[in-house]
Design a protein around this ligand. Structure first.
Ligand code: EPZ
Length: 447
């Protein structure tokens, strides 16, 4: 994407209609890494062609995997029988922190993993201490240089792992390392996000023995080997959230037949408290939102699943800017995830920040402005605000948008919005619709 690309959003009529969902980014990234636990060809379907997924594919290639990505069909084939390396360079790690999720599988496969330190990002320091100290409990020794981590384990051994915080990444990394570690590994206070569940499902399909018990306990019995799989990635609850909020902020009505409502309870509860009508399909599959014309303010704090997802905090805040009354949003998962506030203020939002709390006084109108996306979910918040704002909004920093979403701009446009990815201010040339120009069918051969 050209450096000076931006997204132009116009004030839009009601966002309305029905839409399919793409696979969940935060499920497919870890599932691709988990394929390192197998030797052979796996096939994943419903795979989004977002930039983070392309980055994870690149990581697999640098380790020696053979990759075929049919982006238009969202089908990914990866052959890991040719994987011979365990080194993840800074070029990959700096671009995407989720690369750390290769550590567990590489340790299980080779007893070795050399990875560049991921470093922080806009939303927080993002340390990996929970990963490292618990790998040490499984017999891993670390040699840490300025910017590299060299992990070695003659033999991984099982253990009872207690997480002081239900970290998604640490839970996933330990599960993957434990699947091929003889004996019983138990994770206490584990993360149980739907994406973690999806990973466990895929590992079970590979032949892993994993049980989940209350409260938040995952028990892994190591097996000798795991085999390749064919698997469909779960629909993205964060894309679903974005589309429902687009209808909410424009007074429209959207149906998402594939959405897994049972994994979005607290978020949907808050939308109902605002006055929006939410209709859930049979067995909790399928969501329709019919927006109220008089949305009310609501308050919430983010929390690990099943609490209110931090990844929907900023998009929800955009909608609350136009709700009647005062909303209080408290971000408890990441220490610096309110950067979108100053961009929403540029659009006329009345928001005060006190530590990790945002106090939002609803306003009648927002106004188009030039705004900057600071992270993936902030980019979504600004696009949503642009749909409701008077006039035009120009959003830069769109590498965040393309990292987390594939084709969401087109979906919003198909539902009646005006969201365009443009090359640069000067010639405002349209340059999107990946399927026509970019990643139609990508055959990526091994390096
Ligand atoms: C995953 O990140 C997601 N990323 C994030 O989505 C999501 O926001 C987050 O989980 C919480 O739901 C992927 O799945 C690729 P954590 P992760 O470990 O695993 C602290 C998006 O927009 N912590 O649960 O990195 C950490 O700093 C992204 O798609 C430690 O202190 O999240 C944070 O404050 C953003 N030490 C908190 O725990 C550790 O070793 C939660 O982090 C690990 C984490």
């Amino acid at each position: 994407m050209p450096d000076r690309a931006y997204i132009a959003i116009e004030h839009s009529q009601e966002i309305s209609g029905s839409m399919e969902l793409i696979g969940a980014k935060n499920a497919v990234l870890v599932i691709i890494a988990s394929l390192l636990l197998t030797r052979g060809k796996s096939r994943l379907t419903n795979v989004p062609a977002s930039d983070d997924v392309l980055q994870m594919i690149k990581l697999m290639q640098t380790l020696g995997a053979e990759v075929f990505f049919y982006a238009q069909e969202h089908v990914l084939e990866i052959d890991t029988s040719t994987v011979t390396k365990w080194h993840v360079g800074a070029d990959i790690m700096k671009k995407m922190r989720a690369s750390i999720l290769a550590m567990g599988p590489l340790l299980a496969r080779f007893g070795k993993a050399d990875v560049a330190l991921p470093g922080g990002c806009a939303i927080g320091e993002r340390p990996i201490d929970y990963h490292l100290k618990n790998f040490k409990k499984m017999g891993v020794s670390f040699d840490e240089s300025a910017d590299y981590l060299s992990a070695r384990a003659e033999l991984l051994h099982p253990n009872r792992i207690v997480l002081e915080y239900p970290s998604v990444g640490a839970t996933e990394n330990i599960i993957m390392a434990a699947t091929l570690t003889p004996g019983i590994t138990t994770i206490i206070n584990a993360a149980l996000e739907p994406e973690v569940y999806n990973l466990i499902e895929v590992l079970r399909h590979m032949g892993a023995r994993i049980n989940i018990e209350a409260p938040a306990t995952i028990i892994i019995e190591g097996v000798a080997s795991l085999h390749p799989v064919e698997y469909a990635i779960i629909p993205d609850r964060l894309e679903a959230g974005a589309l429902l909020l687009a209808a909410a902020i424009t007074g429209g009505s959207v149906s998402l037949p594939q959405a897994q409502a049972y994994s979005m309870d607290v978020f949907l509860l808050k939308l109902e408290e605002m006055g929006h009508e939410i209709i859930i399909g049979p067995q909790g599959i399928g969501i329709t939102l019919k927006a109220t014309k008089y949305p009310k303010a609501v308050s919430f704090k983010t929390a690990p699943y099943p609490g209110f997802p931090t990844d929907l905090q900023s998009p929800m805040m955009a909608v609350l800017c136009l709700a009647e009354g005062t909303s209080i949003v408290e971000e408890t998962v990441f220490e610096n995830r309110l950067l979108h506030v100053r961009e929403l203020q540029k659009m006329g939002a009345q928001i005060k920040v006190e530590h990790n709390k945002a106090i939002i006084h609803g306003v009648e109108k927002l106004y188009g402005a030039s705004v900057i996306a600071t992270d993936i979910r902030a980019s979504c918040a600004l696009v949503l605000a642009g749909l409701a704002a008077q006039g035009s909004t120009i959003m830069t920093g769109i590498h965040h948008w393309t990292r987390g979403y594939e084709g969401l701009d087109q979906k919003l446009t198909l539902l009646g919005g005006s969201v365009k990815v443009c090359a640069s201010h000067d010639d405002a040339e349209l340059l999107y619709t990946k399927s026509e120009t970019g990643t139609s069918d990508q055959v990526m051969s091994r390096n």
